[in-house]
Design a protein around this ligand. Structure first.
Ligand code: GLC
Length: 702
């Protein structure tokens, strides 16, 4: 390969921009990959230029933001995490790959595995929540699903992006090395271990160094420690962003910093296209640095079989198969979280008059959620349609036309309809555009006049089922108070309606569990379950603002870690979710078997309905070299238990799983290592992160 041909492979372009100018580049072999080509004929046309008109005939990689489905849209990844069912996510990824590959897309820019602890950040919608273990299980599952069906995964955003200060996208992140390794890197490592063919750099700077120029991240960790041979692609123009980051004076310097940090392909930045040959000629870049990058690119093309078969059938798109629609429905059923229920659900009587209200009850596009380019709203089935198709007696008065609507002019119609109904199903939440990239919020209340409308409906005295469709946790304490039952379905995708209708009527029992802590108020954020205890944890008798006597002297109330408006109680804890039945945990045993720890327990379905339970394994390290979280998820089992029956769940823990990253500093030197402290651990199985069945102390002391 000539130097120009090598550099051409490192250039990824979106052909929908200045396509004429770019066609010459394709014919000259100056482009190695495209993104956003979704029309098989067009993909083949560009592919023929690369394969049949260039000297070497190297095929193009064709990438696309396939995030939670392609034509069939599944719940947003945060909603898929709420299923706590990696196998379901794997199946969804496989069926998604079948649809995308059928039009020529062979590279999905997902899974996004940024562990997110701040729901103000718009991109929590795209990830798998606040826990590294749950995110790791989901990440590996999606990689397997895609790649077993001929589409490369691109694990993103590497790394630490979700720690953006203030929950404001692209913002600075300050992450200690041990926290980077304990919290943010594990899902990437799980994806790499599952064989991920590529990763994508993140936009953020970690401690002042943007990921595209971060050799420690991209070489020391990804290549040397993890031994990954995956392709590392920039995010859209993330190399160019080094200039506004204040790292580089100009694009040429940015190109140099990126290649020296082994960012291997430049997405829509044209940095390598414009400057790499010059930098080699000036001796600032060695050609072997370029060779390393090109090897990664060619390896991925080879693994995808593109050299054997670069073209796609043009008349055989796969879309909306019965299997995909059924799985999408199941994903809604399994990812919907029942947060409250005074018994109003399930609706057992088909004769009752149901009022469907709220701005999200019949929004085919909005229920698909963020990052949907190829899912067609006309295929999306809303709750209103599904309930009518089910034959329920339904009247419909939305009261508001969209989630940010502030007009109260239609409230009276909704209230009048409510007065003639037996139950109100109120669909609230966020339009799709209010979450995702660059869609961060400083408040987490329901937008528009939704709360006001709910308040008016509450005055009718009719029972209310509140259903929230959103791309993040919302501070819905007031609304929960007003409702008789609350379901949180995130943005459920194409089959939101049928999935929810099955849950309303009891045909499906909701089994979702929260993948993120729900704060009571924005002021509690960052707020996550596996926090450190601090030296003065929130006291049980913490005195809240309204309880402080007037004129209270300086030290009249305790000194512990809380807010005067709130204790450290969330609205709902990580892992929480109710069912239409109840479960009892008993007989939890923790024993040492050599170096391993065996944990088992019995779960009994003490109610009248067959249902799934998500048994969660938590640990707490009682002392150690560093302070450790009050609890950490180390395993889970989603298990179906018929009414009245019991099942035993068991887990095996290794010392490795109880370890963490340690750090020692000496002068300017610092070193980190992974180890397990020989100390006591509390270990228990519970239905969520707040419950503590009787924890068992197990000692690793010799
Ligand atoms: C965007 C996103 C990234 C996406 C890429 C291509 O800016 O950060 O997740 O895959 O650009 O659209």
């Amino acid at each position: 390969m000539t130097l120009e041909e090598k550099i051409g492979q490192m250039n990824q372009l979106d052909p929908s921009y200045d396509s004429e100018a770019k066609e010459a580049l394709f014919r000259e072999g100056r482009v190695g990959a495209i993104l956003n080509g979704v029309e098989a004929k067009e993909v083949n046309r560009l592919q023929r230029m690369a394969v049949e008109e260039t000297r070497l005939g190297i095929p193009l990689l064709v990438g696309r933001d396939v995030i939670h489905g392609f034509r069939t849209i599944y719940p947003i990844p945060l909603g898929q995490a709420a299923t706590w069912d990696p196998e379901l996510a794997e199946q969804a990824a496989a069926l998604t790959a079948d649809e995308a590959v059928s039009v020529g897309i062979r590279w999905a820019f997902s899974p996004m595995v940024d562990v997110a602890r701040d729901p103000r950040w718009g991109r929590v919608a795209e990830g798998y929540g606040e826990d590294s273990y749950l995110a790791s299980r989901m990440a590996a599952a999606v990689v397997r699903g895609y790649q077993s069906h001929n589409m490369a995964a691109c694990v993103k955003h590497f790394a630490g992006y979700s720690a953006s200060e203030g929950g404001r996208d692209y913002n600075t992140t300050w992450i200690p090395e041990v926290q980077l390794r304990d919290v943010y890197l594990p899902p990437f490592k799980a994806a790499v271990d599952a064989g991920a063919m590529s990763l994508m750099c993140s936009f953020n700077a970690i401690n002042g160094l943007p990921s595209s120029a971060n050799k420690h991240l991209n070489v020391d960790i990804l290549r040397d420690e993890w031994q990954s041979d995956a392709l590392l692609v920039s995010d859209w123009g993330s190399g160019m962003d080094l200039i506004p980051h204040g790292l580089c004076a100009d694009r040429k310097e940015a190109a140099l910093r990126c290649i020296n940090a082994r960012m291997e392909m430049d997405m829509q930045g044209n940095l390598y296209h414009d400057y790499l040959a010059e930098l080699v000629a000036e001796g600032k870049v060695k050609e072997r640095q370029i060779d390393e990058c090109v090897k990664s690119i060619l390896r991925m093309k080879y693994r995808l079989g593109l050299f054997e078969n670069p073209y796609v059938p043009e008349e055989e798109p796969i879309a909306y198969s019965a299997e995909a629609l059924a799985l999408a429905t199941e994903a809604v059923e399994q990812g919907t979280v029942l947060l409250k229920n005074n018994g109003i659900l399930p609706l057992n009587n088909k004769e009752i008059q149901v009022l469907v209200s709220g701005p999200l009850a019949d929004q085919q596009k909005e229920q698909l959620g963020t990052w949907v380019f190829d899912g067609e709203p006309e295929h999306s089935v809303t709750p209103l349609k599904a309930l009518r198709d089910m034959g329920l007696k339904v009247s419909y008065e939305p009261g508001l036309q969209y989630s940010r609507d502030k007009r109260t002019s239609d409230f009276a119609k909704a209230v009048a309809a409510a007065s003639k109904s037996d139950v109100i199903l109120f669909f609230a939440g966020e339009e799709a555009i209010l979450s995702g990239e660059a869609r961060c919020r400083a408040e987490l209340s329901l937008p528009g006049a939704q709360t006001e409308l709910l308040t008016e409906l509450k005055k009718t005295g009719k029972p209310i089922v509140l259903v929230v469709m959103a791309g993040r946790p919302l501070t819905i304490g007031k609304e929960v108070e007003m409702a008789d039952a609350v379901l949180y379905s995130f943005h459920g995708g194409t089959m939101t309606g049928p999935g929810l209708a099955n849950v309303f009527t009891g045909k499906a029992v909701p089994s979702g569990r929260l993948p993120m802590t729900f704060p009571k108020m924005v002021g509690q954020i960052p707020f996550y379950y596996n926090r450190l205890n601090s030296g003065r944890p929130c006291a049980d008798d913490a005195v809240l603002m309204d309880d402080i006597p007037a004129g209270a002297p300086q030290f009249s109330i305790g000194a512990s870690s809380y807010w005067l408006e709130s204790t450290v109680e969330p609205l709902f804890p990580f892992g929480f979710g109710l069912s239409y039945t109840t479960f009892a945990y008993s007989g939890i045993e923790v024993t040492k078997n050599g170096e391993q720890i065996e944990v088992s327990g019995t779960i009994t379905n003490t109610g009248m309905t067959d249902a799934y339970e998500v048994a969660q394994l938590y640990v707490h390290q009682c002392s150690g070299d560093l302070a450790r979280p009050i609890c950490e998820l180390k395993g889970f089992r989603k298990i179906f238990i018929p009414a009245g029956e019991s099942r035993t769940v068991s887990f095996t823990l290794t010392p490795e799983q109880l370890g963490y990253w340690h750090e020692a500093k000496k002068g300017y030197e610092s070193c980190v290592w992974y180890a397990t402290d020989k100390v006591d651990f509390k270990i228990w199985i519970a239905p969520d992160s707040r419950c503590q069945t009787v924890p068992t102390i197990i000692s690793f002391l010799n």
